[in-house]
Design a protein around this ligand. Structure first.
Ligand code: NAP
Length: 600
């Protein structure tokens, strides 16, 4: 006979394959929304959290459940709101010129979700006081019969939702389906037969709804990486707390299989919680961004991991060893911190994607503990998405996954064997008025945005300049490198925010053949992604990374503050190219001056 565990494993595996198939079709344009969408879907840990918060498992479990409900609902509301905010910005040129008459979906409407849930709960709660039998009947029918079908439908809606992300056209509709799926799963769970009280659930949902709503609606697009990291930490904390509550209420008397899943749940949940918090703090600049390394770091980290693994194995054999369980959870928290300390802020996006994947695994493990299939499915989808995105980033940076996982990445490497600076020639600088003259006489311009555009918040300036050029009949295209900026799809979201139509955005493969015909390549705060050393200099750390072939354009204008290198710490030989002119200064200020000069 097929056991529940086997069914769970089949589901996990198939959801992973399906997730891979669906997610690998999401274009790089939508990689940032994909990250926040899977983040919101991973808020399905809310399902397990609701049961723990509302069941009669004792005050300790209720407290943990309440915190887990708060964290998970923050993720759900915040994640869906920010995804919708981003997706709404992606428009084609024709959509921008023809105003839409149709009723637009307003993300603020999502705030009605917690209100709706609350009203429902208040109704059920109030009614229960008067007529226990009717409500119990209603609940029993729903919990035993309808709930499982709710979950099946939710899973289908999540997959359709992610499938919608395969094109900006269908993305918002897809996300609406995913939101519907979440609503069904959550409402269905509220009628779970083990839930006996709603008061902590209601408080948790209100706090989570308000915090998530504020995060989703207020956070600027440039702060999306840190918001994503913070969300991972909340989701992982929820998974970890639900695991601790399950262990506590069974006094450790658990079967081998459940103990294995629960062990993974708390360990992965714990290390993802502290690791993601560190990542968010580094990205926000609350902690120093440079890698903190010390002698024997790898040995210490590996020893810590070995102690955690040994504790887990012991607990699987002797699950009642309570003290060891809590020590193991504590060590997992510490390990999360130690894992992120040696990684620089610049490499946090890869870390975030990996932690996204870990968070998904913690969710799936929670699904195995509670034998909740919807959590197994979404955990698997989330795990696949994070893993796939981190692999794509590695590939675009020409780094191996092993290097990302075990190298002290984020360290600035020194270029070896490259020509000395004085041997490279001189650098030509240019003023905005001269750039304006050049742009005015050009027929085709390719704009190359990079991390500096995000730092300077110059996306609006870029968009305005491009509009002016297009008005004057100049052909304008944007060249988007897959790892320009600090997050997959980072440039696309920023440009969409500045109302740049997405049909003007060209991927690296699409744009490279256009460079030889371009009169001007206008590089705004990009560096590594344009460095010809990636093609020519075997000794460069960038060697092998596919780049935007800016050096093939007829002339190159670079907007940056100095000759300082970018993320890889490698000098850019493009600056010494006789075709290249440097417009030094903050990108936003330079663009303002350029715009004024061009207009006058
Ligand atoms: P980059 O190589 O890091 O260069 C950014 C440049 O922007 C710097 O050289 C800097 O020069 C300039 N800059 C900074 N602030 C500026 C301002 N206010 N105004 C004007 N310029 C400013 O960026 P990139 O070309 O976008 O390349 C991205 C790098 O990040 C790649 O090496 C990639 O591998 C790595 N990475 C990307 C991801 C991802 O998912 N996108 C993930 C991990 C790592 P000045 O200081 O002289 O101004």
């Amino acid at each position: 006979m097929t056991t529940e565990l086997e069914i769970g494993l089949y589901i996990f595996m198939l959801a992973g394959f399906l997730g891979y198939h669906v997610i690998s079709r999401v274009p790089p344009l939508l990689h940032t929304p994909l990250m926040s969408a899977t983040n919101a879907i991973a808020g399905i840990s809310l399902v397990g959290s609701l049961i723990v918060a509302g069941a009669d498992y004792g005050p300790f479990s209720t407290l943990l459940g309440f915190i887990a409900v708060t964290c998970s609902s923050t993720n759900v509301v915040g994640g869906f709101l920010i995804t919708d905010r981003m997706l709404k910005m992606f428009k084609k040129t024709k959509d921008q010129t023809v105003p839409r008459r149709r009723l637009q979906f307003n993300p603020k409407m999502l705030l009605a979700l917690p209100v709706l849930l609350l009203s429902l709960l208040v109704l059920v709660y109030g009614y229960e006081e008067q007529s226990k039998d009717a409500v119990h009947f209603f609940r029993d029918v729903l919990s035993t019969q309808a709930l499982k079908y709710f979950y099946i439908l939710s899973a289908a809606l999540f997959i359709l939702g992610l499938k919608g992300l395969s094109s900006p056209k269908s993305a918002r509709k897809g996300m609406f389906l995913a939101e519907l799926g979440m609503l069904m799963a959550v409402v269905g769970t509220l009628f779970h037969h083990e839930i006996v009280t709603y008061q902590w659930i209601i408080i948790g949902l209100v706090i989570g709804g308000v915090v998530g709503g504020a995060m989703g609606l207020r956070i600027p697009m440039t702060a999306v990486p840190q918001r994503t990291a913070l969300s991972h930490s909340l989701g992982a904390l929820a998974a970890c707390l639900v695991g601790i509550s399950e262990y506590f209420r069974h006094h450790g008397e658990l079967g081998m299989v459940v103990m294995t899943a629960l062990g993974f749940q708390v360990v992965i949940g714990g290390l993802t919680f502290t690791g993601s918090l560190m990542a968010a703090a580094k990205l926000q600049g609350l902690l120093p961004g440079h890698p903190i390394t010390y002698k024997g770091q790898n040995v210490l980290n590996l020893s810590l991991l070995a102690v955690i693994a040994a504790s887990l194995i012991y607990l699987i054999i002797v699950p009642t060893a309570g003290t060891l369980f809590y020590v193991m959870v504590g060590l997992a928290f510490v390990f999360g911190l130690m894992l992120i300390i040696p990684i620089g802020a610049a490499d946090m996006p890869v870390v975030i994607a990996l932690l996204n994947s870990y968070g998904g695994l913690a969710d799936a493990a929670m699904g195995f503990v509670l034998m909740n299939k919807i959590q197994i499915i979404t955990g698997s989808l989330d795990g696949t998405s994070g893993f796939l995105l981190s692999l794509l980033m590695c590939r675009a940076m020409n780094r191996s996954a092993m290097n990302v996982l075990f190298g002290a990445f984020g360290k600035i490497e020194k270029e070896e064997g490259g020509p000395a600076a004085e041997a490279k020639g001189s650098v030509r600088s240019i003023v905005p008025e001269e750039v304006a003259v050049l742009l005015d006489s050009a027929q085709s311009v390719i704009i190359v945005p990079g991390y500096g555009m995000a730092v300077a918040q110059a996306q609006h300036g870029v968009g305005e300049l491009a509009k002016l050029l297009i008005k004057r009949g100049i052909d304008v295209k944007y060249a988007i490198h897959p790892v320009a900026g600090r997050m997959p799809g980072h440039m696309n979201v920023l440009l969409a925010e500045a109302n740049v139509p997405y049909d003007l955005l060209y991927s690296m493969e699409q744009i490279n053949p256009y460079f030889p015909e371009a009169d001007i390549a206008l590089v705004v705060g990009a560096n590594d992604v344009t460095n010809p050393a990636a093609k020519n200099n075997k000794n460069s750390p960038l060697y092998g990374m596919p780049i935007l072939e800016v050096d093939r354009a007829k002339s190159i204008i670079i907007l940056k503050r100095s000759l300082r290198p970018g993320f890889a710490g490698v000098d850019n030989e493009l600056y010494y190219d006789p075709k290249c002119m440097m417009l030094f200064g903050d990108a936003k200020e330079s663009l303002n001056k350029l715009f004024t000069a061009l207009k006058s």
